[in-house]
Design a protein around this ligand. Structure first.
Ligand SMILES: [Zn+2]
Length: 283
């Protein structure tokens, strides 16, 4: 499934791998642009929304590698003909106003130990919402209906996140959905050890701390953590979710990832809370 960009005159182009998505919309100063989303046979079509058309905001990291890569590298990768891929993820809010996050398994190739929202790829013939609901269930055991999902945010995700770490290998457009769910107090999670290393629920006060990227915050949150073959209930430090650049401007792997922040920040705003500024590591 391809990502297609629709221009204002209605023309469509396949999203080149090595070009920043926002640049394709002529946006170079800002880090966000409102877009319309359509999904069908040809893939994901994103365009500038028309008058009154339903839209969501697409964001990228200020340090998006595709803003800085050389012309030479651009030509090299475009020859390989890699595709920009589509991802889906879901902001699940329970009846206590908490958001569910998972820590990616240590062995994963991209964003190991990063805290994210449940999600993944779209399978042949699936709609975006169907894929979102299926991924949530496969990864966590939580049941959510497609009809409960509504679009919340879009994020241009690039891995690695900095050119200093290496040339971009993965380029995704991630569509974040939101769903309000009711979790039975006795319902047990069924976490997939292939993808998940830990998981927990965070409330608004905890999230406000997580968004601080200046000083480490005190406090803990409850999580299920995989230890060997077992899952154990543990209290983890809020600090491990913060994204505080070290003296070299680098971020630790274990943090709430930027795309996840983008989605959760939209959710916080929906609740009338303005979180701290996004961290922008200086490299
Ligand atoms: Zn970009």
């Amino acid at each position: 499934m391809k990502v297609v960009i629709r221009s204002e005159d209605g023309g469509e182009i396949c999203h080149p791998f090595s070009t920043c998505t926002l640049h394709l919309f002529g946006v170079t100063e800002e880090d966000e642009v409102p877009v319309s989303i359509q999904y069908g046979q040809s893939g994901l079509i994103i365009g500038r929304p028309g008058e009154g058309e339903e839209h969501a905001v697409l964001e990228h990291a200020h340090e998006c590698p595709f803003r800085f890569i050389s012309e030479e590298f651009r030509n090299q990768v475009d020859e390989i003909k890699q595709d920009v891929r589509i991802g889906v993820a879901v902001v699940l809010e329970n009846q206590h106003g908490q958001i569910f996050t998972t820590r990616r398994a240590d062995h994963m190739r991209t964003f190991p130990r990063g805290w994210v929202l449940p999600g993944g790829h779209i399978e042949e013939g699936e709609t975006l919402k169907r894929a979102g609901a299926r991924e949530v269930h496969e990864e966590t055991g939580i049941k959510v209906e497609e009809s409960q999902l509504s679009p919340l945010a879009l994020y241009e995700s690039v891995f690695p996140v900095h050119l200093q770490v290496g040339q971009p290998k993965r380029h995704h457009i991630v569509i974040y959905f939101y769903a309000k769910i009711h979790m039975d107090e006795h319902a047990t999670l069924n976490l997939d050890p292939q993808e998940v290393g830990a998981a927990g629920w965070l409330d608004m006060e905890q999230l406000k701390k997580v968004f601080r990227c200046d000083v480490p915050q005190s406090g803990k949150f409850s999580a299920l953590v995989r230890r060997g073959e077992e899952w154990s209930e543990e209290e983890l430090p809020i600090e491990s979710l913060q994204a505080i650049p070290d003296e070299n401007g680098r971020l630790q792997n274990e943090r709430l990832t930027t795309g996840t922040r983008v989605a959760i920040r939209r959710w916080m705003r929906m609740k009338g809370v303005e979180p701290a500024e996004m961290c922008s590591p200086k490299l």
